[in-house]
Write a protein that binds this ligand. Sequence first.
Ligand SMILES: C[S@@+](CC[C@H](N)C(=O)[O-])C[C@H]1O[C@@H](n2cnc3c(N)ncnc32)[C@H](O)[C@@H]1O
Length: 219
Amino acid sequence: MPAGFEVKDNRVERRYNPEPMAGRKPLPVSLPSFWESLYETGDDGWDLGRPAPPLVRLLREAPPPGGRVAVPGCGRGHDVALWRRRGFDVVGFDFSARAVAEARRRGRNVERRDVFLLGREFPRAFDVAWEYTCFCAIDPARRAEYVDVLARILRKGGELIALFYPLRESGEGPPFPVRREEIESLLARGFRIESAEAPRDSVERRRGCELLVRARRRR
Ligand SMILES: C[S@@+](CC[C@H](N)C(=O)[O-])C[C@H]1O[C@@H](n2cnc3c(N)ncnc32)[C@H](O)[C@@H]1O
């Protein structure tokens, strides 16, 4: 077995490392200042200016039963606003002061937090976590840690609804590439995938590069 890997549920997985940054210089994306400057200069091409269309459809056609929703890396909070309009008790989290200020100015319930610290503050506090474009924004070496945070903030049986983007084999980031096998292997750490579909209503420039996943927290 190569160092840093283990066998879990008959799969070879990267061993969970609670201190992934130890001895390693953080990538710029791990610092709020990186995102802050992109918001400041308007280099925020990820911002759709509206909720993600697959989420709009999901909440119309097959919404979760209700409850408390977390939106990590929510940016200006367009998805937070949608969850609220659909009657959910929702809070968004982002570590960019500017994104949080802009979200709040629009009346959205957003807190300034580093998503990697949410597990300590909000253990089992949420019924649903909505992930969109935070997974691809963080240091890829921290993805397992991020998935563990999502599992920790959800109650047992809680639901992770995630729109993974951009599905591609390789390339620079952010957004860092996402592969379906990686998603399945990482989610196996704490979730049971209930559905995974390529949404037909992604925004034009992301069409064919997104995967909508609904998964249940196992432990
Ligand atoms: C690509 S943007 C997406 C924003 C939003 N989800 C959207 O679709 O508009 C990534 C966001 O994640 C935030 N972010 C990245 N790493 C973070 C971290 N460790 N903790 C909190 N927020 C983080 C950034 O500040 C940025 O707002």
